[in-house]
Design a protein around this ligand. Structure first.
Ligand code: KIV
Length: 271
């Protein structure tokens, strides 16, 4: 029997065993109780309360405005709906870059107030001190390299990262560095598939890709994108499993028609 079928609760140790056995890890984002319950029941391994909530839940153009309080609100709703999956929460922009003491304080708030199992933060060697300090408090940390959306103002575009040799070399060395510090996994966002493959082969901890090709140890997508709730975002890496924007529009239009025609409620739908 495969590792993930054999466990009642996904832990960082289970993820490591899955990588060792060559079992791919399935991760999705969620920001609320109802969706988290569905994802957990469906058997997803990791639920990420991503700061992409800034875009898909709050309507901001970037992930920068979301606050630690808002992330904690989303995350505590998510954990109430989850029994099996590992819940990871993004440390939002401004909650860990100041210094490692601030990073630890933010991570502790997340762990205390949400009952999540781990935090994620963006960056490599630049965030080592924060990563070490959070880990020293017994809080599992996931890294995030490649396209790191909190640095969009430095990058200037959401284009594929690490296409040239110097950036690819830095990414590989950052990944090794995060592994040596003790991170349990790393998200690799929007990088060439060949680089994703190399990093996944060289490192022992799982590499979870989003636009990082098929050779990494698992995949993550933003839930609203894969369900087609958002019909304006269609990068090459996105596979849409539903078209909820259209389905919900049709359902709501049918409801409006029914109400206007006095067809809803009917005799059976009233007391
Ligand atoms: O915030 C998020 O949803 C993420 C994913 C894109 C991995 O970090």
């Amino acid at each position: 029997m495969s590792v993930h079928q054999n466990v009642k609760k996904i832990t960082t140790h289970v993820l490591s065993a899955m990588k060792m056995k060559g079992e791919k890890i399935a991760m999705l984002t969620a920001y609320d109780y109802s969706m988290a319950r569905i994802l957990d029941n469906a058997g997803v391994d990791i639920i990420l309360v991503g700061d992409s909530g800034a875009n898909v839940m709050a309507g901001y153009n970037t992930t920068l405005p979301i606050t630690l309080d808002e992330m904690i609100n989303y995350a505590s709703a998510v954990t109430r709906g989850v029994k099996r999956a590992l819940v990871v929460v993004d440390l939002p922009f401004g909650s860990y870059q100041g210094n490692s003491k601030q990073a630890l304080a933010s991570a502790i708030r997340i762990m205390k107030e949400t009952e999540a199992a781990a935090v994620k933060l963006e960056g490599g060697i630049e965030v080592s001190e924060s990563v070490s300090r959070i880990l020293s408090a017994g809080i599992p940390v996931m890294g995030h390299l490649g396209l790191t959306p909190q640095s969009i103002n430095k990058f200037g575009t959401y284009a594929v990262r690490a296409q040239d040799e110097p950036e690819a070399t830095k990414l590989l060395s950052d990944a090794h560095h995060l592994e040596e510090l003790g991170c349990f996994g790393i998200v690799l966002e929007k990088i060439p598939a060949a680089l994703g493959k190399k990093v996944a082969q060289e490192l022992k901890i799982p590499m979870i890709g989003i636009g990082a090709g098929r050779y990494v140890d698992g995949q993550v997508l933003v839930l609203h994108d894969m369900l087609g709730l958002n019909n304006e975002f269609s990068p090459r890496f996105l596979r849409r499993y539903m078209n909820l924007f259209e389905d919900i529009t049709n359902a709501v239009q049918q409801y409006i028609t029914d109400v206007r025609a006095n067809d809803f409620p009917n005799e059976k739908e009233q007391y």
